[in-house]
Each structure stands twice: as structure tokens, then as C-alpha cells.
Design a protein around this ligand. Structure first.
Ligand code: HEC
Length: 110
């Protein structure tokens, strides 16, 4: 076990609280939380399907280590950049990965 996993464990203590706050009662599908990438979305976000796919993969895997995936529409385009800046180090993302996640959430948020 490395130092990172210890850190994660500590953050996990907050997970139940966080999940209660994040997930409304009822059924929430992954498609509504993190919509699949379409060429149209990539084109209107002026990026590529590959970048958005990379972002979505990170969003649904690395970003769910400590808490469930937050719906991309839970935050506005104005809010996401700060959140991703704060959360990228939590997932130890490279700058390229961070940009891909940001591009993804920006493409699908409100
Ligand atoms: C190491 C654990 C950890 C990882 C990995 C992590 N988060 Fe978080 N996240 C937290 C904790 C703890 C909070 C609550 C405290 C806070 O806001 O800082 C949080 C809060 C959030 C919130 C605000 C909750 C809300 O009300 O919507 C969002 C959004 C979020 N995270 C998104 C992400 C994204 C996107 C990633 C991937 C880049 C990520 N998180 C990776 C631990 C983590």
C-alpha cells in the first residue's frame, strides 16, 4: 500500500455523507450522469471525439474512486473549471488528462 491509497482511505470516510448529498433518491442512470460522446458534441465543443472519450473514461473511473460520479449537469460551465482544478490532483491526473476531463464536462454541462 502506498501513501496515496492511505490518503484515499482517509477521504473515503466522507463518502457516505457525500453520496447522500449527491444522489437524489431513485434510479440514476450512467447515461444521465455521464452521457456517451457523440461527434456532434465534439464538434460543437471544438474538440475531438477521442479527447472527449478520454475525458469520459477518466470521469467514470478515476473520478469515482472516492465518490460516485457527479452528474455532469450538476454544475454549470462557470463552475466546472474550478472543480476540475481542485479534483484533478485528487485523481493525480496529468495535465493532458485534466484537460480531457474538463473538455468532457464542459461539453455536456448546462
Ligand atoms: C481522493 C478522493 C477524490 C477523488 C479521486 C476525486 N474526488 Fe471529487 N471530491 C472528493 C471529496 C472528499 C469531495 C468533497 C469535499 C470537497 O468538495 O472538496 C469531492 C467533491 C467533488 C465535487 C463537488 C460535489 C458536488 O456537490 O457536486 C465534484 C463535482 C467532484 N468532487 C468531482 C470530481 C471529479 C470530476 C473528479 C476526477 C477528476 C474527482 N472528483 C475525484 C474526493 C475526491
Amino acid at each position: 500500500m502506498n501513501v496515496w491509497s492511505v490518503e484515499k482511505r482517509r477521504s473515503l470516510r466522507w463518502a457516505p455523507l457525500l453520496l447522500a448529498a449527491l444522489l437524489p433518491a431513485g434510479c440514476v442512470t450512467m447515461e444521465s450522469i455521464a452521457p456517451s460522446v457523440t461527434p456532434a458534441a465534439a464538434s460543437s465543443a471544438r474538440t475531438t471525439v477521442a479527447v472527449l472519450e478520454q475525458g469520459r473514461t477518466i470521469y467514470t473511473t478515476d473520478c469515482t474512486d472516492c465518490h460516485n460520479a457527479v452528474a455532469v449537469t450538476a454544475h454549470t460551465r462557470a463552475e466546472w473549471p474550478d472543480i476540475i482544478r481542485r479534483m484533478a490532483p485528487e485523481s493525480k491526473l496529468t495535465p493532458i488528462e485534466e484537460r480531457a476531463v474538463l473538455a468532457y464536462v464542459m461539453a455536456y454541462s448546462k
